[in-house]
Design a protein around this ligand. Structure first.
Ligand SMILES: NC(=O)c1ccc[n+]([C@@H]2O[C@H](COP(=O)([O-])OP(=O)(O)OC[C@H]3O[C@@H](n4cnc5c(N)ncnc54)[C@H](O)[C@@H]3O)[C@@H](O)[C@H]2O)c1
Ligand SMILES: O=C(O)C(=O)C[C@@H](O)[C@H](O)[C@H](O)COP(=O)(O)O
Ligand SMILES: [Zn+2]
Length: 362
């Protein structure tokens, strides 16, 4: 069965096509480059080894692969330069789509390169991790990391199509699967208590490879994200900021672990969401029961839930939080919660209070 979720963005609207086996239809789903040149496919070494041949034969046209090392460290200036130069050298025209074939790292890097090459060419997302299928391939946030922090250099640039094939998840490692699952749980925690309860009941099956559970979680997450992005594409009204639940903490944890595989993005987000709920309970905004329930499900799913033991320094974490892209007028807003399924953007938080709270958790 094929499910199509439309991201309603006027002239920039596009479809997310979710279907088991859709990779085999890539040749029909993605238009030929108008330049007549080989199809540029951007991927990483792990995805290339596992799936590139399949994509090439599905496309049924000559491909020109650009293959980066796997992992967060690839989201850097050097990769961006390499990729933009390859796009230009390959003669990609504005109307030609380059293909991002990988997880969130490849999607974010490719999207940003596509945003700036020729001041914007098209790109198609074929996400290969759970995280990318439920979150990063949708919505047009593209970025690389900078010395000052996570995703600090980037652009809003929407893909022209997203093809999601859950079969690609069969080769994904369990740790990467769990990290992606953190972003699935995020949707329940931020705005859908019934979906959070579904996660509690079905998370174990999903992580063990139950296809029906995976498809349900992917489609539900994409529908929620598409609706939020359609309402607030550029994160100006505060609505889209809800997708940042756990991220102000999480990005600081990632930065302090050097964007290394010591802490994956989804793991930082899991710890960050637990901190956001615990801090909300600490401020009397939500019940201690809800905070404990959020933590219990993430822990039961095998995700890290505590920043203790990483050797973090509170001042360094707070410094990263000051760099958060949501910061305005010298303060950093936080996504906090009134309950499971009821997150909101709180602009009244003093970083000194966050520091005191964090110190009690390290
Ligand atoms: N733009 C957004 O809206 C958005 C949303 C969420 C996260 N992100 C970004 O996404 C990144 C994290 O994405 P990620 O978790 O996908 O990480 P990733 O892209 O590094 O992929 C994780 C690992 O899985 C491997 N892999 C990918 N697909 C595979 C497959 N099918 N089989 C086997 N191995 C596979 C990769 O080689 C890599 O080693 C972070 O940089 C984060 O900031 C962006
Ligand atoms: O799409 C969004 O908006 C999100 O916030 C989704 C997040 O999961 C994602 O990690 C995003 O890249 C974080 O955005 P940032 O603006 O905090 O860098
Ligand atoms: Zn995220």
């Amino acid at each position: 069965m094929k499910e199509i979720v439309r991201v309603e963005l006027g002239a920039r609207a596009y479809d997310i096509v979710i279907a088991t086996g859709i990779l085999a239809e890539a040749g029909r789903e993605i238009a030929l480059p108008k330049s007549g040149r080989p199809q540029l496919v951007i991927t990483d070494e792990t995805v290339a080894a596992a799936h590139l041949e399949k994509l090439a034969s599905a496309l049924g046209r000559p491909i020109d692969p650009v293959i980066f090392p796997a992992g967060e460290a690839t989201k850097n200036w050097c990769s961006l330069e390499t990729l933009v130069e390859r796009i230009l050298a390959a003669g990609v025209e504005r109307g030609d789509a380059v293909i991002a074939f990988g997880g969130g790292v490849i999607g974010d890097l490719t999207g940003f390169a596509a945003a700036v090459a020729r001041r914007g060419c098209e790109f198609v997302q074929i996400p290969t991790t759970l995280l990318a299928q439920v979150d990063s391939s949708v919505g047009g946030k593209t970025a690389i990391n900078a010395a000052a922090g996570k995703n600090l250099v980037g652009a809003f640039h929407q893909p022209s199509r997203v093809l999601i094939d859950p079969e690609l998840l069969d080769t994904l490692g369990p740790r990467e699967m769990r990290a992606g699952y953190a972003e699935v749980v995020k949707y329940g925690l931020l705005g859908d208590a019934a979906f959070f309860a579904w996660c509690e009941a079905n998370g174990t099956a999903l992580l063990a490879g139950d296809r029906a559970a995976q498809v349900h979680a992917i489609a539900h997450s994409c529908r929620m994200k598409a609706a939020i992005v359609a309402e607030d594409e550029r994160e100006t009204s505060g609505r889209r900021a809800l997708l940042n639940l756990g991220h102000t903490f999480g990005h600081a944890f990632e930065a302090e672990t050097g964007f290394s595989d010591r802490l994956l993005h989804g793991e930082g987000v899991a710890m960050g969401m637990v901190m956001a709920f615990a801090f909300s309970a600490h401020r009397g905004l939500c019940s201690a029961e809800d905070a404990a329930r959020a933590e219990a499900h993430l822990a039961a799913s095998g995700l890290p839930v505590s920043p203790a033991g990483f050797g973090f320094n509170v001042e360094a974490l707070v410094h990263h939080m000051q760099q958060d892209k949501k910061a305005a007028g010298g303060t950093t807003p936080f996504v906090l919660a009134r309950a499971i399924g009821d997150a909101y953007l709180d602009k009244t938080v003093a970083l000194a209070d966050v520091a005191t709270f964090l110190a009690s958790r390290l």
